[in-house]
Design a protein around this ligand. Structure first.
Ligand SMILES: Cc1cc2nc3c(=O)[nH]c(=O)nc-3n(C[C@H](O)[C@H](O)[C@H](O)COP(=O)(O)OP(=O)(O)OC[C@H]3O[C@@H](n4cnc5c(N)ncnc54)[C@H](O)[C@@H]3O)c2cc1C
Length: 1024
């Protein structure tokens, strides 16, 4: 590790830009400390009920400007961090809509921190008070460093203690956001004299306190529109003052009365506009935006905020005189967030580590000046210096600055259509949308089609149409009075049920709200309702039953609340049908996966995963239960993981693609299940998993249409040991039930004195039945304690044999390891067992013998699919599953039956992801399989060349795995450094079982790879 490149970096702020910075800096191997003044991460998204504090026009000591009703205005598909899609929560809780509420985004930000181990770097309740250049010390190399002074708050409010400390850092990244310091209009006379309520939208949370009041909303951008709309529900009058009738008015909001700019405020409550008109108002809310503010930053005037332009900044990021040790992430506006901030963060991280270089300071200053000049010439006001509004520029920026991939075209289209709809249909754009073919294909490719509720409201069932305002309104040249009257006429449909429609179950809440309105409001409402019901008849596509807004909202709630398996499945099936209708090819399949769902979901299939255990994780779901009178068998338990098990492949090579298996503060390094759960959570897989559901029988059926489908019979545990047996028909079944649950036992053949392996069911092992002492298979071994002071024979010296023998040596009196081949060198090694005697003697093939207390068979496992009824078309013969084309498809039943997870000695889970992607693509028709005859021949040919029971061992032939992946599904090749890392670990596992996990030395290639993925930041022996 090139430690000279590692910098001690302080990030100020744990909002999305601070967190993106932390992740990128860690990836690059820096030592990161994030200081966050609040008690949690999330920045703006950490909704804070506190407002005002006597400062309703200022920041009021509060960071977040979120109001209670905020829903994202950007679709969740483009709002996530790279490599970590903002899928709906798998727990069923939360808001799965495309434009979810603010709490849902906060949930996602927290998940992001968790998934990338960022919490370890964050100091909460730590407010940065001053950042200034650190004085040079005698032993300094002349590099600019920074002294950060900060206040740490401990204890509860009231009794809290605040201590102030200082620390020196190599670099500081400022990531404090841009939506906290209210910007107020400067041209309104009498603001100080007006005695009625005035506040900035920063201090607005809920509409309730404006009930029955006349309110003037100043500003008509995102929050101005949103707030005006929701005030229309409670206020007696809502007036909106816009700066420019030409630019600010879009036909998005009905009901509010429109005015030009305010000229003055009078003591008697009048608000006088520049056209001379006036209203008497109870309150004014300034939705007039924010200013950048860095009160803690002491740069001696080298960085300033001038009319909201931060500068000079090279590409919105580096102040030339202080780069790269001082940088800003999160300044640009009108960019894709958090994506653009990730790009900035990655650039900063790479510049700090020396992987990228910056131009000379003078050149950066000149570039910043030229940029400002170009903007001025283009007529962009200074205060909009950081408005980007250009996705192509963002792509070029990402590519040139740090090699960040361009935003996918479908995401651009989705985002741009959202922005256009927001402008034109503020009231409805979030729930009424129609996607283009390109967007649909993109959604499908990333698995969004399978997130049940994300697509639900707009695309599939119901299109909530807003009222299209008359076309005249779209003309910007209309005089203000014409606009005013049009706005006044336009009806508000939001949340209002049609009086003709039978009250749907979900509309009650809406009606109650209507019931609380003032008389004036109710009168106005009733005429609106009529207008609304008339308009409902228009624009209705496909003759579908039209639902009112309230109904839809409640329907979604209902779907979430009743997220039991029936409901979930129903939704999935419906989605499948709808997705099929919408997709150009109706290739989505209803697939049952027995025990890799992610790839199938990505391909848009309707997936049900049946899992017999009470949680996900399979083998990694450590089960202390053993034995149950069947120590040589499976003992009714799936997992054979023993307590001390540590991964035998480095975690750096063991994650799912795009989801590195980074350490977590809360996850023991040894066990994999935490990462598996996080993976399920991050990709919304729990929505499709039915736990406690054991598959009893899977059998093919031919329906009238001649298509092969599958009947799946399963027992769903209901609690209290009760199970309901149900049958269901699926288009396809993917068997992913593992290969390490059915113990394989030795047969000791005295006549030939060879040690052969047979399954327990062959019942031929001489001496084993009459040996009265303890015998168990490693499947039933958990801890060494019960072997204390005993003489133990371990049979087999594969990975688990070696490891169990090693740990037994700590407690047992003697440990003997019986091996087939004396090539291996293991302490206490003995030849194969030849005979076992009733008196406890165990005789070995070389004539030696021990009197043992226990024998542990570490003799491996057999494939077993007891539920699979294929009429003999797929069988397990001496541990070869076949015939199988490329270990995956049984020729006679492909592609509707497939196996994922049969190959052994591969990089898992990667190889299984490849198989899963292949299966998913074949099922959707994106890939085809050769003719049955051809794949049958291929399956036979492969089978002909290898020892039967090793048919599925790939022996870590990683080049073969790459070719397999490329050929079958276009899966990217495994990085060279990961191959080297994995092969080195495997080699050392064989030669040095005792210490290979904690004593390793990485090559230059591996070190560079580790750095590129951020592993070096976690590089201690116990975290790898
Ligand atoms: C009402 C509203 C709705 C929005 N809706 C959307 C949307 O739909 N889509 C979208 O993309 N964007 C939206 N945004 C913009 C949103 O703010 C950005 O997407 C993003 O959250 C900005 O993140 P950030 O980390 O740069 O800043 P912030 O989220 O503001 O985080 C800055 C962090 O710095 C901390 N901090 C500040 N000063 C100090 C200090 N001295 N010491 C220590 N910590 C400090 C703060 O406590 C905070 O946690 C919205 C903003 C608002 C206000």
């Amino acid at each position: 590790m090139a430690s000279s490149k590692k910098k001690k970096v302080c990030v100020v702020g744990a909002g999305v830009s601070g967190l993106a910075s932390a992740r990128e800096l860690l990836r690059e191997g820096h030592d990161v400390t994030v200081m966050e003044q609040s008690g949690d991460v999330g920045g703006q998204w950490l909704y804070d009920t506190r407002v005002d504090a006597g400062d309703p026009l200022g920041a009021a000591g509060v960071h977040s400007s979120m109001y209670s009703s905020v829903r994202l205005f950007t679709p969740r598909q483009v709002t996530g961090f790279s490599g970590f899609p903002f899928y709906p929560s798998s727990s069923g809780a939360g808001d799965a809509r495309r434009y979810p509420c603010h709490g849902e985004f906060l949930r996602y930000i927290r998940d992001f921190c968790h998934a990338f181990g960022l919490m370890d770097t964050i100091r909460l309740n730590t407010k940065v008070l001053r950042v200034g250049v650190a004085p040079l010390c005698s032993d300094d190399d002349g590099t600019m460093r920074w002294t950060v002074r900060f206040a740490v708050k401990q204890g509860e409010a009231g009794g809290e203690v605040v201590t102030t400390e200082e620390e020196v850092f190599d670099a500081v990244v400022v990531a404090v956001g841009q939506y906290t310091q209210p910007r107020l209009p400067t041209t309104i006379d009498g603001m100080d004299m007006w005695t009625r309520r005035q506040l900035h939208s920063h201090s607005y949370r809920v509409p309730d306190s404006f009930s029955g009041e006349a309110v003037v909303v100043v500003g008509f951008h995102k929050s101005g529109k949103d707030i005006a709309l929701e005030l229309c529900e409670v206020a007696s009058e809502v007036h909106v003052s816009v700066k420019s009738m030409d630019h600010d008015v879009t036909p998005g909001v009905s009901m509010a009365l429109l005015h030009p700019q305010i000229d003055r405020l009078c003591e008697d409550g009048r608000v006088v506009f520049v056209d001379g008109s006036c209203v008497v108002a109870d309150a004014i809310i300034y939705c007039t935006g924010y200013d950048y503010s860095f009160p803690f930053l002491d740069t001696g005037g080298l960085v300033t905020v001038d009319d909201n332009r931060v500068g000079p900044l090279f590409d919105h990021t580096f102040p030339p005189a202080m780069a790269p040790s001082l940088s800003f992430v999160g300044i640009p506006n009108k960019v894709v967030v958090p994506r653009f901030y990730e790009v900035q963060a990655r650039w900063v991280a790479q510049v700090l580590s020396g992987r990228r270089s910056l131009p000379a300071p003078e050149e950066m200053t000149r570039a910043a000046e030229e940029y400002n000049l170009a903007r001025e010439i283009a007529g962009v006001p200074k205060r909009r210096a950081h408005d980007v509004s250009d996705l192509e520029y963002c792509d070029v920026f990402g590519e040139e600055r740090c090699g960040f991939p361009a935003l996918e075209e479908w995401k651009k289209e989705l985002l741009l259509s959202s922005i256009a709809s927001m402008r034109d249909r503020t009231e409805s754009f979030r729930d009424d949308y129609v996607d283009s073919e390109l967007v649909m294909a993109g959604l499908r490719s990333e698995g969004w089609m399978a997130c049940p509720h994300v697509m639900y409201p707009g695309s599939l069932y119901t299109r909530r149409r807003s009222v299209s305002l008359p076309s005249e309104l779209r003309s910007a040249s209309l005089p203000s009075h014409a606009l005013r009257s049009l706005f006044a006429r336009a009806p508000l449909l939001r949340g209002r049920p049609s009086p003709d429609a039978a009250a749907p179950p979900g509309s009650r809440g809406v009606q109650q709200r209507v019931g609380n309105l003032t008389a004036v409001q109710q009168r106005r409402r009733s005429s609106d309702v009529q207008a609304a019901s008339l308009l409902h008849g228009r624009g209705d596509s496909g003759g579908k039953r039209r639902l009112c807004a309230g109904e839809i909202e409640n329907k979604e709630e209902w779907a979430w609340r009743t997220r039991d398996r029936t409901c979930r499945h129903g939704v999935v099936v419906s989605l499948e049908q709808s997705a099929a209708t919408m997709a150009s090819s109706s290739k989505t399949k209803k697939v049952c996966v027995i025990a890799p769902a992610c790839r199938l979901l990505r391909e848009g299939h309707a997936v049900t995963v049946m899992e017999q255990s009470a949680g996900v994780g399979g083998q990694w779901l450590n089960d202390p239960a053993t034995d149950a009178g069947d120590p040589l068998g499976a003992a009714g338990v799936h997992s054979g993981v023993y307590a001390s098990l540590r991964l035998n492949a480095p975690r750096d090579s063991m994650g799912f693609s795009d989801f590195p298996f980074f350490p977590q503060a809360t996850t023991p390094a040894a066990i994999h299940v935490g990462n598996i759960r996080d993976f399920c959570h991050a990709f919304g897989l729990m929505n499709v998993v039915r736990i406690n559901t054991k598959v009893l029988n899977v059998s093919p059926r031919r329906d009238d249409d001649g298509i092969m489908r599958w009947t799946v019979r399963c027992a769903a545990e209901q609690g209290d040991d009760e199970a309901t047996v149900v049958e269901e028909v699926f288009d396809a079944v993917v068997v992913a039930s593992g290969q390490y649950s059915h113990p394989r036992l030795p047969t000791i053949d005295v006549s030939r004195c060879v040690f052969r392996v047979r399954t327990l069911s062959t019942d031929k092992y001489l001496g084993m039945e009459s040996w009265r002492r303890r015998q168990l298979h490693s499947h039933s071994y958990r801890v060494p304690d019960s072997f204390r002071d005993e003489i133990v024979v371990v049979v087999g010296c594969g990975e688990s044999g070696k490891e169990i023998a090693l740990e037994l040596r700590e407690v047992a009196r003697e440990v003997h390891v019986s091996v087939k081949s004396m090539d291996a060198v293991v302490p206490g090694m003995r030849k194969a067992i030849e005979r076992m005697c009733e008196d406890g003697r165990v005789m070995f093939a070389d004539g030696s013998c021990v009197v043992a207390d226990a024998i542990i068979y570490c003799t491996g496992y057999d494939y077993s699919f007891p539920f699979l009824d294929t009429g003999g078309l797929v069988s397990v013969d001496d541990n070869r599953v076949g015939p199988l084309y490329e270990h995956t498809f049984p020729p006679a039943m492909a592609p509707s039956l497939s196996f994922v997870g049969v190959p052994s000695q591969v990089a898992a889970p990667r190889f299984y992801e490849v198989q899963a992607r292949w299966v998913a693509q074949v099922l959707s028709g994106r890939r085809s399989l050769p003719e049955t005859e051809e794949i049958m021949c291929a399956a036979r040919e492969v089978a002909g060349g290898v020892t039967r029971r090793l048919s599925h061992a790939i022996f870590f032939d990683l080049d073969y795995c790459d070719e397999f992946a490329e050929k079958h599904c276009g899966f990217p090749r495994m990085e060279g450094w990961k191959k080297e890392l994995l092969l080195a670990a495997i080699a050392r596992l064989r030669d040095d079982t005792e210490s290979f996990r904690d004593d390793y030395h990485d090559s230059e290639l591996v070190v560079e790879g580790l750095r590129s993925e951020g592993w070096l930041a976690k590089a201690s022996p116990d975290t790898r």
